[in-house]
Design a protein around this ligand. Structure first.
Ligand SMILES: CC(=O)SCCNC(=O)CCNC(=O)[C@H](O)C(C)(C)COP(=O)(O)OP(=O)(O)OC[C@H]1O[C@@H](n2cnc3c(N)ncnc32)[C@H](O)[C@@H]1OP(=O)(O)O
Ligand SMILES: O=CC(=O)O
Ligand SMILES: [Mg+2]
Length: 369
């Protein structure tokens, strides 16, 4: 482990200095696409501005004989596309034990490092995996003459990674966040599911027998397979000032259960999720943007709490410093999302940057991202 004194030093001569604080940019949906799939790739430029993150996936779901094509496809798309201020470009590289990952890193950082915001690393087992990527990225950033560091995002999808989640979250100042990878994690844990995320009807609790009649009509309640994992991931991320995300929901047709899974993650503290198909983009946007009612309520609590101390009654409920802090989380998120989205700004009644400063709007350039 590095000394705290060295933690924020660059890991290679000429590499940009690490960030002290992870930028809190909207990332409600990390939209996956396969850059080797021409039909899908052709849709990417048109999605700029409609999704918070576009992620060129190089790992699982890309066929082995298409790995080079996917890498080159991502380079071509990145070079040809202006992602503007409101959409970030991320990638998911191949796993660290694969034959492709070294070329993924060398090619992507030297060719399009200036366009890449975050590199997602799959199957992270412990902090040593992050340290490995951290050092290579610093060397490649120096070679490419990059002025800002590329951030790193880990996928939590092995039992060992889960056991080490706190150390992974704090392994480097590059750490931007962690996503749950329920499919690989289920396999690695030897769970008996066959799905990509979501629940299972067999994982349930049953109502006690009424009058001892075990054969009688007894309700069952399906339980959340992912509660423990997501909650632990959220705590690890919050402890280290980075961002937690739900991952994939593979039942594309079941938009109802998808929305429920996303909302559970949102309520537990996640800031976003993956979208695998265009139909999941609006679900993620709806779920990971606070509701207008919650924003209005948070604002009322803030007003009622004055200097933020003491206790007040509002609508028959006690509010104090702690409920105010929850309301401030909602308000901060609403303001951040509104900065890029006039529709949300109007829904939340957040003044536009020009209204807030009393100046005339002169265009979008230089607005908060
Ligand atoms: C466990 C994990 O690792 S999860 C992460 C890895 N998995 C992924 O990244 C999967 C990404 N998504 C996909 O591959 C696809 O969406 C699939 C295979 C799930 C479904 O693909 P299709 O059967 O083509 O879906 P469908 O027919 O509904 O597509 C409708 C249109 O949307 C396009 N589309 C589908 N997915 C995407 C996407 N992720 N991004 C952009 N466009 C897409 C299709 O090309 C199609 O275009 P068309 O109307 O011009 O023909
Ligand atoms: O990569 C994601 C997963 O669920 O596995
Ligand atoms: Mg996986």
């Amino acid at each position: 482990m590095r000394s705290p004194k060295d933690f924020f030093g660059p890991l290679a001569v000429g590499a940009p200095a690490p960030v002290r604080e992870v930028p809190a940019r909207p990332s409600r949906m990390i939209h996956f696409f396969d850059p080797s799939n021409e039909k899908m790739a052709a849709k990417v430029p048109g999605m700029v501005g409609t999704v918070d993150v576009l992620l060129g996936n190089l790992e699982d779901a890309v066929k082995a004989d298409r790995k080079e094509a996917a890498r080159q496809g991502l380079v071509d798309i990145a070079k040809a596309t202006d992602f503007g201020d409101s959409t970030q470009l991320w990638t998911r590289i191949n796993s660290l034990d694969s034959p492709w990952v070294l070329d993924d890193l060398i090619t992507l950082v030297t060719e399009i490092g200036d366009k890449l915001d975050v590199i997602m690393v799959p199957k992270v087992q412990g902090p040593e995996d992050i340290h490995y990527v951290d050092r290579i990225l610093a060397q490649l950033e120096a070679r490419a003459g990059l002025k800002r560091p590329i951030l790193v995002h880990a996928i939590l999808e092995t039992a060992r990674g889960m056991a080490n989640v706190e150390e992974i979250a704090g392994a480097s100042p590059r750490m931007q966040g962690i996503s749950l990878g329920p499919a690989d994690l289920a396999a690695d844990r030897r769970m008996k599911t066959t799905r990509v995320g979501g629940g299972h009807p067999g994982y349930l609790v049953r109502q006690d027998p009424i009058d001892g009649n075990i054969e009688g009509d007894r309700r069952t309640y399906q339980q959340d397979l992912w509660h423990y994992t997501i909650a632990r991931m959220v705590d690890a991320c919050a402890m280290h000032g980075i961002f937690p995300y739900y991952g994939p929901f593979g039942d594309i047709k079941d938009v109802v259960a998808c929305e429920d899974q996303f909302r559970n993650a949102f309520l537990l503290g996640c800031v976003g999720t993956w979208s695998l198909h265009p139909v999941q983009v609006d679900i993620a946007k709806r779920v990971f943007s606070p509701s207008a009612e919650d924003v209005a309520h948070a604002r009322r609590v803030k007003e009622a709490m004055g200097d933020g101390t003491g206790a007040v009654m509002l609508d028959g409920k006690m509010e104090d410093d702690a409920s105010l802090k929850q309301c401030l989380v909602i308000l901060e998120l609403a303001e951040r999302l509104s900065a890029n989205d006039p529709e949300l700004a109007s829904l939340y009644a957040v003044p536009s940057p020009s209204e807030a400063t009393g100046t005339e709007a002169t265009g979008t350039e230089g607005e908060a991202s």
